[in-house]
Design a protein around this ligand. Structure first.
Ligand SMILES: [Zn+2]
Length: 145
């Protein structure tokens, strides 16, 4: 990978990114994938880490972007959307404590919701728990559309 390569765009699923890479390569844009393995092994992390990223050199950025828009791989306005980051400064909504963590053992209802809703909506839900007041709640990371 070029040391100064920059992110052209990102895809939630590795196969989408690979199609875009093939399309770019056919149009003589050299690019590389970043975080592909992470997403392949942990699909639920895809939204959290920003998906599979397509990296290009700055010289190829504009041409690559136009090619992906023309090819229908990305929408023009999606380039303006900032990558959602995994919130790290979340506080407990009940007692404002920062002594919180992700719940390690999701209940069966949570798993069912993941499977049913997760297939319909591009939403990553996490159960958070507060160690101060022992309340739990959900936060959502909505993927950019
Ligand atoms: Zn609390």
């Amino acid at each position: 990978m070029e040391p100064n390569s920059i992110q052209l765009t990102s895809f939630t699923f590795p196969h989408e990114a690979q199609q875009a890479v093939s399309y770019l390569a056919a149009n003589e844009i050299f690019c590389t994938l970043k975080d592909e393995m992470t997403v392949t092994v942990h699909p639920f992390y895809s939204n959290a880490i920003g998906g599979v990223k397509i990296m290009v050199t700055p010289l190829d950025f504009e041409k690559g972007k136009q090619l992906l828009i023309q090819g229908g791989y990305i929408q023009e306005n999606s380039m303006k959307t900032e990558m959602k980051k995994f919130p790290t400064d979340t506080k407990c909504p009940f007692c404002q404590s920062e002594n919180i963590d992700k719940k390690r053992t999701p209940g069966i209802m949570t798993i069912i919701l993941y499977i049913t809703l997760g297939a319909l909506f591009p939403v990553l839900k996490s159960n958070m728990i507060c160690y101060e007041c022992n309340k739990s709640w959900k936060f959502r990371t909505i993927s950019s559309t």
